[in-house]
Design a protein around this ligand. Structure first.
Ligand code: FES
Length: 571
């Protein structure tokens, strides 16, 4: 028996070791406690997280790999979050899932963990947990669903719901046909197949070095996902033998690689918050400014919806993530390693692109300068984010009067009002949607345009919000404004009619009101009323301790790595 973590529970002839072993026997082979590694499979499979419902099958393949390599696999169901199912917003529960997983990894007699995730918040939560416990850990991304077709045309999961519902309103699609499209859109197991947050975070988990090379982006029903899961089980055993942990793998270079990849794949702005939170768990230096410095000049190379035409299945067919990374290899940190112990860039030599429509060559990108720009000013002293490539070029420098909404409910109540005093030059501001304000920072920043302006042919306006935006959304949207209005940010002091100045080139976001006048204002009573402090439970803990978007919106007491030690024993 060695001095492994599990041996601290199982080794020896005393009563405590007896108790730990005896209750675990139930079919384990007699050699299960002879020092071989015990490996949890942190499994977010759930019927209520439909994108992850197939992960039990994936877990079986991981288990076989672990057994084969001499380990003992142990299924560990953990908190799961279905993006389309949980209310009020899945982001409210990301930190809870991360905290609960962290504690269960630390509390149990395991030497390492294989993390099974898919739907938007699940991989970020698992990575945050593993980073804090810092035991050998490797991710198996559950993979995207297959492309569905309807009326002979591919359907982008999520993105096309809006298009089809507009067709119903326009009378070009019957309500019955609309309903028939449901199973065409969600054709198979797996997560959304556009370049939304789930696809982005699955791919970035690999860029960070946390998956077996070549696995991310494998469609959920593809046999190669199960092969990869099997190999990952074997790899987990090897990682434990050499002590390869998140802190070994995840360097600043790994995160900067992820920032480069985020721009090249046209990934979701949500990745900014998630990457900051994961880095925060390890104490790796990563700031909002790194996204601008390192990522804003990177070209968009992947033609996937919502920015482009294709879907995740096509990306895999065209050569996958490695083919994209090969195009930007010179921008990647050559020293950043993966869970294999070898540099990420080493795996790129054999990458080939089989479809240049889907994966563009570096010299012919879909868009230049596709990364995130970070804005500062008297409206966003802590920073705000915009994706210039998703914005209308003529709005990147804009001055216009604010039309302010104090909450999502206020927006819904007034946006359609024909009497709303708004023009195409107005700047729509939605506040009360940050981590504390909503609470949970929902994806509402891409607020709809007033119908009157839509009817006039207006298709984009400057919008500003302290919330997030769906990975599938586009427009001239300034989001993640920090500090948020509910945390005392100056966004709370803006009034309808104030002139807002957006200057993306110079990275500025300001309200043209003298500093003294702004400081003398009080937040509007309607906005203050909308922020009732929750009376109990997780929401209370969350609102009292959540940080701002510019540092990852984690709970303040969860930053940093606490390790895998458990000094006390109650038996
Ligand atoms: Fe699960 Fe889109 S709803 S990934």
């Amino acid at each position: 028996m060695g001095t492994s973590r599990s041996a601290q529970w199982y080794a020896g002839a005393d009563r405590n070791a007896y108790i730990h072993r005896a209750w675990m026997r139930r079919g384990l082979p007699s050699g299960a406690f002879d020092g071989r590694p015990h490996i949890a499979i942190a499994n977010t499979a759930s019927d209520l997280t439909p994108c992850n419902a197939h992960l039990d099958e994936v877990a079986e393949s991981v288990k076989q790999g672990i057994w084969e390599a001499g380990g003992v696999p142990l299924n560990l169901p953990v908190v799961s979050l279905g993006e389309t199912q949980v209310r009020p917003t899945a982001m409210l529960w990301r930190n809870m899932a991360a905290m609960a997983t962290e504690e269960m990894l630390r509390a149990n007699p395991i030497d390492g963990v294989v993390l099974l995730g898919g739907c938007d918040k699940t991989i970020p939560a698992l990575l945050m947990a593993a980073a804090s416990v810092d035991m050998p850990a490797v991710v198996v991304p559950g993979g995207p669903m297959l492309t569905g077709t309807f009326r002979g045309v591919p359907l982008g999961c999520g993105t096309d719901v809006w298009k089809l519902s507009e067709e119903v309103r326009a009378g070009t699609l019957s309500a019955a046909e609309f309903l028939r499209s449901e199973s065409s859109m969600i054709r198979s197991k797996g997560h959304c197949n556009t370049m939304g947050t789930a696809s982005t975070m699955g791919l970035l988990a690999e860029v960070l070095g946390m998956t077996m090379p070549g696995l991310a982006g494998t469609p959920a029903p593809d046999s190669r996902l199960l092969e990869g899961a099997h190999e990952t089980g074997r790899l987990a055993v090897e990682m434990i033998a050499v002590g390869r942990r998140p802190s070994t793998v995840l360097s600043r270079g790994s995160f900067l690689n992820a920032v480069v990849a985020l721009a090249a794949i046209g990934g979701s702005t949500n990745a900014v918050v998630h990457l900051l939170a994961i880095a925060g768990r390890l104490g790796v230096e990563l700031t909002l400014d790194d996204f601008d410095r390192t990522g804003s000049g990177v070209p968009l190379l992947v033609d996937l919806q919502p920015a482009g035409r294709f879907l995740m299945d096509d990306l895999y067919r065209a050569g996958g993530l490695h083919a994209v990374l090969r195009e930007v290899r010179d921008l990647l940190d050559p020293d950043a390693i993966t869970v294999t112990g070898r540099p990420l860039v080493d795996g790129l030599d054999d990458a080939k692109t089989y479809d240049r429509e889907v994966i563009r060559p570096r010299e012919k990108p879909l868009r230049e300068d596709a990364g995130i720009a970070v804005l500062y000013g008297n409206l966003a002293p802590g920073g705000a984010v915009i994706k210039p490539a998703a914005a209308s070029p003529h709005l990147l420098r804009h001055r216009g009067p604010a039309v302010v909404f104090d909450s999502v409910e206020d927006l819904h109540a007034r946006l359609d009002d024909p009497a709303l005093d708004v023009t195409a030059d107005s700047v729509l501001i939605l506040r009360g949607c940050g981590p504390k304000g909503y609470p949970g920072m929902p994806e509402v920043a891409n607020l709809p345009l007033p119908p009157r302006l839509l009817a006039q042919g207006v298709r984009d306006m400057v919008r500003i919000c302290d919330g997030r935006m769906s990975g599938t959304a586009y427009g001239t949207v300034v989001l993640h404004v920090a500090p948020e209005a509910a945390a005392g940010g100056p966004l709370a002091l803006v009034r309808t009619g104030d002139m807002i100045v957006l200057d993306v080139e110079n990275r500025r976001l300001d309200v043209d009101v003298p500093a003294g006048e702004l400081a003398a204002r009080l937040p509007s009573p309607a906005m203050t009323e909308a922020f009732a402090r929750p009376s109990r439970g997780w929401e209370r803990l969350y609102v009292d301790t959540v940080g701002q978007a510019n540092t990852g919106a984690d709970l303040d007491f969860l930053a940093g790595s606490s390790g895998d030690e458990v000094p006390r024993e109650s038996h």
